[in-house]
Design a protein around this ligand. Structure first.
Ligand code: MN
Length: 134
């Protein structure tokens, strides 16, 4: 058995998030594994910018209430125990509900060495108008 202290929590960069978001990196697979697991903590109304993941992403909601939207789709409420799967290249955002914190685990894969694609392609911030449309 091995107990390991989690590394310092890092603030989600303002280029990629609206509002206060804090990220704990939990697992980084050693080659040939490329898995990446993090816990992402959103304060009320905080959310990601629009983005897509080249190899897709699975989210597992552990706390609070959140919102998720795929480009062109409706805003969907997410709660603890919900799984959200974003396909590779699917544009979307995720975040907390206006009046609740939300934490989800994020499972992604790093790209293979030499793969020229961006691991995550970041776009525009989610405006208040978009966020409040739910
Ligand atoms: Mn995502």
């Amino acid at each position: 058995m091995e107990v390991e202290r989690v590394q310092a929590t890092v603030k989600g960069p303002a280029d990629w998030f609206t509002g206060d978001v804090w990220i704990d990196g939990l697992a980084r697979g050693a080659e040939p594994s490329r898995v990446r697991v993090s816990a992402v903590h959103f304060t009320p109304s905080a959310r990601t910018a629009w983005h897509s993941h080249s190899v897709g992403q699975t989210l597992y909601v552990t706390e609070g209430r959140g919102l998720v939207q795929s480009r062109g789709g409706e805003i969907i409420e997410i709660r603890p125990g919900d799984l959200v799967r974003a396909a590779g290249g699917e544009w979307h955002w995720h975040g907390a509900a206006p009046d609740h914190f939300m934490t989800h685990l994020s499972v992604t894969e790093a790209l293979a060495p030499g793969d020229p694609r961006p691991e995550t392609d970041w776009g525009e911030h989610v405006t208040d108008a978009e966020y409040n449309r739910g």
